[in-house]
Design a protein around this ligand. Sequence first.
Ligand code: GMT
Length: 381
Amino acid sequence: MRIGITCYPTYGGSGVVATELGIELAARGHDIHFISYAMPVRITEASARIHFHEVEMMNYPLFDHPPYTLALATAMANVAVNESLDLLHVHYAIPHSVSAYLARAMLKPRRLPFVTTLHGTDITLVGADRSYLPITRFSIEESDGVSAISEYLRDVTLREFAIHRPVEVIPNFVNCDVFHPAEGKSRREEFAPQGEKILIHLSNFRPVKRVPDVVEIFALVRKQIPAKLLMIGDGPDRTVAEWMAREKDLSSDVIFLGKQNQVQDLLCCGDLLLLPSDIESFGLAALEGMASGVPAICSRVGGVPEVIRDGVEGFLVEPRDVQTMAARALEILTNPERQAEMSRAARQRALRHFCSKNIIPLYEDLYRRVLHNSRMDITSV
Ligand code: GMT
């Protein structure tokens, strides 16, 4: 198939999922055309089957806000014609789904079906805002196929948006050959030269991730045992986290690595992952940690319980309860047998339920059905 993929090309989870999906589909023989304002960050290698089309935007003094939605729709339609695309797959409804709707309308009577994958805040925060709700609902209803990355997100979408069409659940995935436990030499010593325990946080450092709670939890753990905290990513709350680490005299133990492309080399150094978010529709970082054999302490919110089982691959705790999160972290870190057991369980669960080998065919199947239905539409005209 020849597939156009649109996503936010930055470090957010939806962009990561979209990019990894494109890479996996290309490896399975599909031609992938990313259409966005920048090259997705996780594309680190050139491939004959992966193409990138930059959305060009003319600016004009009249525009306070350049109309990206329109420029994207134009790029989608152009790429569809020039590259004979079979379909578009957009990740994160706002505004990508609206652009795909416009591109499809522009090309009529040629059919250009589009699939929308919902990731989280496009439904729970941004999409639920009155200013975006009607158009988000419209573009979901108009999509030729819709998927959500967890049952939780599917249920919220159907309920809050009063959607009357099927929304399929296709969970997020991880390539278990790329993300795996450390084999022999890892970068552990570089970060924890005295054999300290390593805790990891990986996110876009947005307020919803509760980055200050990560530092609070670590401070409580650090009072009890020698430990280091690797902070991977960047975003609005990095400064406050850096300030807190300094205030708590933890600067030498909290290592801010910023945005990283090869997170698999870092995750496998960890003993524990911290994800104390206020809301999380899936928790991709926890899954990437699981595949790397790293148990997690997560908030019991949204779709996280579909990924991590309390007491098996880590612990689920009420959001903002940093005391219990720290106590649970210490329970794992001070008990080597428990830690090893949870690490094995985490890897097993990632392999069994979320491995890209098993999940990518679900997307291929959705594409086939969407293409089939769109051909039926043409013949019935
Ligand atoms: O964190 C966000 O709100 C951004 C969003 C994204 O686009 O990165 O993250 C969502 O999508 C991820 C990938 O499917 C999920 O793992 C995250 O749980 C989800 N975030 C939220 O629901 C807050």
